[in-house]
Every structure is written in C-alpha cells, then in structure tokens.
Design a binder for this molecule. Structure first.
Ligand code: AMP
Ligand code: ZN
Length: 479
C-alpha cells in the first residue's frame, strides 16, 4: 500500500510500526460552532483511510481530539453568557450528530484538551528541563532553535521564516520563532494551575500530549488538512521529538482544501455551508460520496450542480443494489414454491456464464483495491464500483441464480462499505410512523428528555427524514 508522505514528499510503501496494527491520529475540530463542509473533508477522508486499513485486516487505533479550550470558544461563551464548557459540550454533541449522518466510524478515542491539562503541564515541564523551553512572566515558550530539524515537514527554513517576521512584537521571547506552550489567564477566562501561572495551554501542545498518551511516542500516521502543516504540525513535531527523542509519526497525510464555486470558503462573503445546512437538502451520504469523487490531496470544488451529480451517481448504485435485493427475494420465493412443487424454473447453481461474470466482478474488486492502494485514489475506486454496477444491471435478471445475484450484491455493499457508503438504503418509514415519532419527540422535549428527543431525531435522520423546527411546529421531509 502506498501513501504520499508530506514529510518525504513521496509516495511510500506503508510499513506499520507493529505488524497488523495502525496507530493513527487526526487533528480534530475546535468546537465552537457547527462543522462546515471544509471540516467534513478530513473527517470523511481519514475515516475512509481507516476503513480501508480495517478491510485489509489491520487493527486500527484511531484517535482524534476535540480542541475545547480556545479563544473562539471563550468569545462565543462571553457573547452568549454561557461557560466555555457549555459551548464546547453543545458543539461536541452537534459534531457527533453530523458525523453519524456522514457514516463516520466512532474514533477509538476522542480526547478533549481540557481533560488532558495535567499531561500538558508534564510535557511542558519536561521540555523546560531539557532546555527546549523557557518561562518568562508566566508564559512558557518553545525554544524553536533548540530543535535542529525545525521546518522538516513544511520544508521551511528557520532563517527564511525569521526574515519574514517584520516586527519583534514580543519582548519576552528569546527569538521571534519561539512559540507559546503555556500562557497566563486573562480576566474571565477558564484557567488551570501550573508551576508557571494560572493559565491555559497553547494549541499545539495538546496533540503532542494526546497522541503520546493514547498511541505512544511513535505512531504510524498523523493527519489533517493541509493548512495544519505549518505551523501546527511542524510545532507538534518539534515538541514531541524534542521531548521523546523519537520520530513522532512515520507518515504525514494532508488533505487539500474544499472551495465553493471555485472560491475560498468564507463566512463574510456568504460563501459558506455547515454540514447541517447541507443535511437540510441532502442525505449526508451524498456529501460523503461527493468528497470521495476527487483525490484527497487535490483541491475539491463544491457547488449545487456537483452535489446533484453526486446524488444521481449514488442513486445509481443504490438502485442497482435494491434491484439485486429484489431479484434475490423473488428468486427465494420461487425456490420455496419449487420445493413445494408449485413452480418450475430458476436454479440455485451458477451457470458457466455466471461463473465467468463473477470472475470478472472479482477483478473489479482487485481494481478497487489497486486504486485504494495507490495513495487512496477514491475517485478510481468509485469507478470500479460503477463497473460492477454496470455488470449487475446488465446480467442480473429474473433468470439469474440467487447465488450469482447474492455475490454481486455482497461485493457492491462490501466495496461501498469500505468507502463508508451505504449501498442499501434502510427501509422507508410510512408517513404515519414518522408523524408518530415526531409526536413522541415533542413529548420527550416537553418532559426535557433531550436524550430521547435526540435519539428520535437521529433515528429519523438515519431513515432519511429531515426535521425542521419552525414557529408553526415541526415540518419534515424526505431527503
Ligand atoms: P479547524 O477547526 O479550523 O482547526 O479545522 C478542522 C479541520 O478541518 C482541519 O484538519 C482543517 O485543516 C480542516 N479544514 C478546514 N477548512 C477546510 C477546507 N476548506 N477544506 C478542507 N479542509 C479544511
Ligand atoms: Zn493537532
């Protein structure tokens, strides 16, 4: 399996640190708002990477953090008259709903920064002890020049970087390139005790600490969006390697950016969608399918036409799967009738032609694998699935044997499943059942049983039913 490694700028054969295991860390969101569709890209991509490893039989330890202390969270808390913890908890809940809709496997662990402060204080103290960090007026800085490999990931030269810094803003820093590990609190901010000041950690240290705690000093893959290469990942490497004296991560994977209508996504120009916005008009499976239609390292352009195209493409797969399922059901019934002597025709055994066609379909599975093994080329992997769909549509008929139909259906659902795509839609709910569940949800909300009301909302979402709370009451529609 080949992975493009940002560290070496080459596609490299994947060799795990420990046979059969993958230790993977993906930098997670800062939880101060609903995630936007740009944030969804790394979530979907690295979930697909994980799923492919699992398909290959690897045991994947997948850790992704929540940054739940940060200026933006604090600002939102002040604006809304809430605590920072209330804000972050709310958006972690909302995040979980979105990723469920996107069919993302739950991480092995989702550590939260605020629950790992002790570990951060410990690592900062170790860095000071080793001469890689220093304290000035309650702030602790990383001594960037003490780490000779600084810049190895982003291919930046520390002297060039320094030349680019025009003003020495901070008198306390020994060197303009030094970055903050710990900072004293400001009035009204959440804070923790430390040997240096009552304060809070800088952003970069949390990932070094959580990755070490949950995966060990050396891991296989560290991933995130390409904007994280510098300074976030560069600083993580400096902290971890200076502290542990070991290579932090073997493979660094970064996804390209998502643009909207060929422009950078930006809230101020209205060029911005949350995953929740999209879920009002589409099943989130469509968004997932859309993300997989391009190579993860290339930029991807989002617009309504492309989403419609993804919806139609996904529909083609799901229709083929539903047809196969229907044919299998009918064939099953014919067989029962045959057993009871009521019918003739339809055979259990594979015909010669079917055997040949199944060999062809197995080759398409190999084609799918070859695409995925070439640095997770999901676009080509999806093409292989479409070839399989075409084969099924052409040769899966009432006359086919159930074994043939079943093998085709299993192969389509298996390969779609590797991409996190559900080939078989869940059974549809009847209108009355939906109304009944909505009533139950209203009742639960009245009783302040938000757990139940969320459960119902998610259940409906899973069945493709979107709810909208309006002043006139709850409206619903099918995705
Ligand atoms: P943030 O919450 O801004 O730290 O972002 C969380 C993740 O989303 C990081 O891995 C970012 O690199 C990624 N990300 C943010 N914006 C985009 C975008 N427009 N396209 C792709 N990835 C993005
Ligand atoms: Zn990180």
């Amino acid at each position: 399996m080949k992975i493009y490694n940002t560290l070496t700028k080459k596609k490299e054969e994947f060799i795990p640190l420990e046979e059969g295991k993958v230790k993977m860390y993906v930098c997670g969101p800062t939880v101060y708002n609903y995630i936007h569709i740009g944030n969804a890209r790394p979530i979907i991509i690295f979930d697909t990477v994980r799923r492919y490893f699992e398909y290959k039989g690897y045991d994947v330890n997948f850790v992704s953090n929540f940054t739940d202390v940060d200026d933006k969270i604090i600002k939102k808390a002040i604006d809304e008259g809430k605590t920072a913890a209330e804000i972050s908890e709310r958006y972690i809940r909302e995040f979980n709903k979105d990723v469920e809709g996107l069919n993302v496997e739950p991480a092995t662990r989702n550590p939260k920064a605020t629950e790992e402060i002790d570990g951060m204080v410990e690592m900062i103290a170790a860095l000071i002890e080793k001469g890689h960090a220093y304290e000035k007026n309650g702030t602790v800085y990383f001594r960037t020049r003490s780490f000779p490999d600084y810049g190895k990931l982003s291919k930046k030269n520390i002297d060039d970087l320094e030349a680019g810094i025009r003003i020495a803003v901070n008198e306390d820093k020994e060197d303009p390139m030094d970055f903050v590990l710990w900072k004293p609190k400001k009035e009204g901010e959440p804070f923790w005790e430390s040997p240096w000041s009552e304060g809070r950690p800088g952003w970069h240290i949390e990932c070094s600490v959580m990755s070490k705690k949950y995966l060990g000093e050396e891991i296989d893959i560290h991933a995130g969006g390409e904007d994280l290469i510098f300074p976030h990942h560069e600083n993580e490497i400096a902290q971890s390697e200076a502290c542990n004296g070991k290579e932090f991560a073997r493979y660094w994977m970064h996804n390209g950016f998502l643009n909207i209508d060929n422009k950078k996504m930006s809230k101020s120009t209205g060029n911005f969608f949350t995953v929740r916005d999209i879920s009002q008009s589409y099943d989130l499976q469509v968004l997932r399918f859309f993300m997989l239609s391009a190579h993860y390292r290339s930029p991807i352009n989002f617009n309504r036409d492309l989403m419609e195209a993804s919806k139609n493409a996904l529909d083609r797969i799901q229709t083929a799967a539903a047809n196969l399922e229907h044919l299998i059901d009918t064939a099953g019934k014919i067989e029962c009738e045959m057993v009871s002597g009521l019918s003739t025709g339809g055979s259990q055994a594979l015909s010669k032609e079917e055997e040949e066609l199944l060999k062809e379909s197995a080759k398409l599975q190999e084609k799918f694998e070859a695409a995925m093994e070439d640095d997770f080329n999901t676009a080509d992997a999806v093409s292989a699935i479409f070839e399989l769909v075409k084969l099924s549509n052409t040769y899966g008929t009432k006359e086919s044997s159930p074994a043939f139909l079943k093998e085709l259906l299993d192969r389509i659902t298996l390969l779609c499943g590797v991409l996190g795509i559900k080939a078989l839609k869940k059974e549809e709910l009847l209108d009355e059942e939906i109304e009944q569940l909505i009533k139950e949800r209203q009742e639960a909300r009245k009783q302040k049983d938000f757990k139940r009301s969320d459960e119902i909302r998610n259940l409906l979402l899973e069945k493709g039913i979107l709810l909208e709370d309006t002043r006139e009451g709850v409206r619903w529609k099918r995705a």
